[in-house]
Each structure stands twice: as structure tokens, then as C-alpha cells.
Design a protein around this ligand. Sequence first.
Ligand code: MEV
Length: 296
Amino acid sequence: MGRGIGYAKTIFFGEHFVVYGIPAIGIGLSKKIEVEIEKSSYMKIESNHADANLLKGIEAIKTAIKVQDNFIVKIKSEIPMRSGLGSSAAISVAFVRAISDEYKLNLSDEQISSYAYESEKIYHGTPSGTDNTLATFGGAIIFQKREGGNLITPLKIGKPFHIVIGNTDKRKSSTSEIIAAVKSRKEKNPEIYEYFFNAEKKIIEFAIKAIEYGNLEELGELMNLNHGILSAIGVSSKENEDIVQTARNMDALGAKITGAGCGGSCVILAKNEKNAEEIANEIKKMGYFVISAMVQ
Ligand code: MEV
């Protein structure tokens, strides 16, 4: 029997643009997915997540690691699927770790993340690699997709801050469909999208400084700007806007979509712990799943 764990994540800044090589800021969360594998004569997944691609993703990892055995794969998850919180990457990472445990492979975190990326490609088409990186390493990072090796830089947190994540559980499209829709809109309006890309680059550059220097007011402003761009490229929804507006009306420093959007989740930067609690309660009242975290 082998066991492994993968963590949830929030993309704080840079979702979608990261697919095209712009750096993203990601934060690992403590919510996790646990995978347990037991050798069997056939492959079977036991999970409360119905997802047709789950088995395909797991097979892709087996092929990459050159494992021919079959398993009963038990998935225990604290992360909702299609939530923008990296559930598929967390499953992939947990499965690779379970394989490493079963066969005593002693895989390094770099190897774990890179095998997990094989199934991310099945789930998401052309993923950036941010999700599997955060699901493996956790922490706060700057992630940049690059030919010949992604650039992963740990991010220093100048002043701890409180985030609240509201998950709408209302996503009809998959991440790969949303990425493809953004690509097609970008191809229709390349000049305008160039402005969005340049603005996003600046937002990330300033957000890194705001996080490092603990300038939380500025960080919140930048989240609001980033959300505006995500709405402009067509990845917001009524539910996303409801959460963002509710949080802003309650004096949050900033609020935006996190992850692929079109439903999924929003991340909110609260003023302080009390403000975070109040916002979390309000979003729960709206009927949504909430995760609160202190980033330090
Ligand atoms: C999905 O969590 C985030 C996207 O930027 C896709 C990716 O980075 O692979 C939309």
C-alpha cells in the first residue's frame, strides 16, 4: 500500500497570463487531497469526485514513471473539484507520491511535480505548471513558465496577511475549455490583448514588491485591477462578481477571481482577522464554500 498527499493552491495574481509566460504569484494552502493505492488486477478509482479524465490522468502518470501494475486508488479530498483551487494537480501530486511510497522510489519534489504535470496536460491541455508546482511545494512562489525549465522563486512575505477564498461550485466549463476560449478571444483582438498583457506584467511586478514590503493597501488595489482585466478577457461570472462586490462592500482591501474563473473561486484580501471572519461568514451565507488562511 502506498500513500501520498497534494495541497490546494490559490493563484494570487497572473492566472491565464501565466500560460503565455508571464510570471504568476501562487500560494499553497493547507487543504489537501490524500491518495492511497493498493495493487489490484484492474484499475479502479474510489472517489467522491466524478471526473471522466481522472483515470486518464493517472494512466499518464503510470506511463511516465513506467509502472505497469494496476491499483485501487482511494482519493480523500478536502478540495472541491473545478474550484480554481488546483484539485486535479493535488490528486496528481498525491498519486505520484503514493507511487513513490509504494515502490520506495524516493522521488524528489522536482520529479514529483514534473510527473504530476503529465496528468495536468490531460486535464487542462496546455497548463502552465503552476498548479502542480504549488500542489507539491506549497508556500508562496513566483512561477514563470519557460522553455527548457520553469522558473520558480520563493516569495518573501513582508507582513502576514489574511485571505478568504469563496468557491462558487458553479463552473460549467473545464479549465482547458476556458483557456481555449481566452486564446480564441486573444486571436480575434491581438492589439487590445497586448495592452492587457502589458498591464498584467506591471501588476505582477508591483504586487511582488507590495508583498515583499508588506504594503497591503497597494496589494488590494492591484488585486482589484487584476480582477478587472480577468473580467475583460471574459473569465468572470455573476457568482464571481457577487463575491467580489460583497467583499469590497465589506471593506476588503481587494478581491479577484483565482484560478481559471467562469465560476470557480475568488480570493479576497481582508483588512485584518476580524474583517476576514466577517467576510467568510457573509460568503457562507450566500451559499458558497469558504477557506480562510493566513499567509505568512
Ligand atoms: C488554473 O488554475 C490557472 C490557469 O492559469 C491555467 C494554468 O495556469 O495552467 C487558468
